[in-house]
Design a protein around this ligand. Structure first.
Ligand SMILES: [Zn+2]
Length: 476
């Protein structure tokens, strides 16, 4: 009788707990990818002159991963694009939120910064499009499709597929190092160097290989390679995420290409099979590229991709298992001043923009015109900077920032936060040009001209990101 009572009592305790539910605390992930290559003939981005594409070297993708633990969900989408249009990002996030139970603020849409990708928004696109409309009597042969609309639909579809494929996963995380591929690209030059053409600047971007006037690089690189590796409970490899600070401008030419992450995908799929998902997110690398000025030998896209892939492959087995996942997402938006300009400067920009891509005005004047008109198009004196942070465990976090962020800001954030592995994805949800440090602005150079934000905005963004990550860690 006592035994029976005990059993009944146990049922009384256990059954309601199971029915009402402790939420399922396993971590689930879903993955998907979708082709976003425009028709050949669409304009290429990543340059200040008009480039018409002539082919596809390798296809462009939007790749989505969805995380779910209990009721918390987070989405990361990495697009093989130079930059993500803030309008596309906003509309895609709203549509995903409307169609699923995922909050728009928990969705990160990030560009890998592949330069061999379409030019589909901003002042330069508008200029070349309007020139074509005039030239071809009202139709633009280089915009065969409404690409922003197509891209939005593709992103929404791939996130939906990723969510439909949620499955329990085991994640491991950590970081290794990669040297020899990435180089600081701003240099102090000998006083009076003819290569220092910008008045007031003390540094020069990409002065050229073996240039005799080079004194030294004006800052550091970030050699960390942050890695996530996903397996299913049977230990089958499912996906990886690589986060590295190196500009994706290594291909050139007139064909679409995802740049060096294409080779990561190729190498990982050779090892783990064609169903394996290879994700790449770009770490802050505003002033980092692949040009080693101490040698005449260029690094090819294939060498970069395969070298980085090997470094990651060699380390996947050494990553730490994320044993106690604790998924949480926080975000905040700060407003920082943009650069100001007077009516004379605006009038000059409006005139200069029509000389874009010609040799009639200096290149930096073209960059300046582009910046001023992009600021004006935002119809505000302030730039809204959205910062999103995902906590995977007490030791692993992911952070999304807009713009092309100077590597020094990324390094400062990582140093100040209590997580050991911190993924940072720049160019998320918006592309307001470069986000230099205050010091960087002081030194001048191309990146500071191609920036909408006023000096100090980068530090304000970094401070807000640090605070957000500290809060996420404290709430563990
Ligand atoms: Zn760039």
């Amino acid at each position: 009788m006592n035994k029976l009572l005990c059993i009944l009592f146990c049922f009384y305790l256990v059954i309601p707990m199971t029915l009402q539910g402790e939420p399922d605390q396993d971590l689930y992930c879903g993955f998907s990818r979708i082709d976003i290559t425009p028709p050949v003939g669409y304009r290429r981005a990543g340059n200040f002159r008009e480039i018409i594409t002539t082919g596809v070297r390798d296809s462009l993708y939007a790749k989505a991963m969805v995380f779910r633990q209990g009721t918390e969900q987070a989405v990361l989408v990495f697009c093989d694009l130079t930059s993500i249009s803030p309008v596309v990002a906003q509309q895609a996030r709203q549509q995903i939120a409307a169609q699923t139970d995922i909050l728009a603020s928990n969705i990160i849409i990030s560009a890998t910064h592949a330069h061999t990708a379409p030019l589909y928004f901003g002042i330069r696109r508008k200029l070349f499009h309007e020139q074509a409309l005039k030239k071809y009597q009202g139709s633009d042969p280089h915009e065969e499709i409404d690409y922003p609309k197509h891209l939005t639909a593709q992103i929404v579809q791939t996130v939906s597929r990723a969510q439909n494929s949620l499955q329990p996963v085991q994640i491991s995380a950590g970081y290794t190092w990669q040297t020899g591929l990435s180089f600081h690209r701003r240099f102090y030059m000998k006083p009076g160097s003819e290569r220092l053409r910008q008045p007031g600047a003390v540094v020069r971007m990409n002065p050229g290989r073996m240039h005799p006037d080079i004194l030294r690089p004006a800052g550091p690189i970030d050699p960390k390679v942050n890695l996530l590796f996903f397996r299913n409970p049977d230990n089958t490899p499912l996906a990886s995420l690589v986060n590295f600070a190196l500009h994706l401008d290594t291909v050139g030419g007139t064909e679409f290409s995802a740049d060096y992450p294409y080779f990561l995908q190729q190498i990982f799929q050779q090892k783990y099979g064609p169903e394996f998902y290879s994700f790449f997110g770009l770490a802050p690398c505003g002033e980092i590229n692949h040009i080693d000025v101490t040698t005449k030998e260029p690094l090819t896209t294939e060498t970069i991709g395969k070298t980085l892939a090997k470094t990651a492959l060699d380390y996947f087995g050494w990553l730490d298992p994320v044993d106690k996942p604790a998924l949480a997402v926080e975000s905040k938006t700060i407003r920082v001043p943009m650069k100001s300009f007077d009516s004379k400067e605006l009038a000059k920009a409006e005139k200069d923009i029509h000389l874009m891509g010609t040799s009639e005005i200096a290149w930096l004047d073209q960059v300046q015109a582009n910046t001023i008109l992009n600021i004006q198009a935002r119809e505000s004196k302030e730039l809204a900077i959205e910062i999103q942070a995902i906590r995977l465990s007490d030791n692993v976090a992911l952070l999304a920032l807009p713009g092309e962020v100077f590597t020094e800001l990324g390094l400062a954030i990582r140093k100040a936060v209590p997580f050991e592995t911190v993924f940072i994805f720049e160019l998320s949800n918006d592309g307001p040009g470069y986000i230099p440090t205050r010091q960087g602005f002081h030194k001048g150079g191309y990146e500071t001209v191609n920036a909408l934000v006023a000096p100090g905005g980068g530090e304000a963004m970094a401070d807000a990101a640090i605070e957000l990550l500290q809060e996420l860690h404290a709430s563990f």
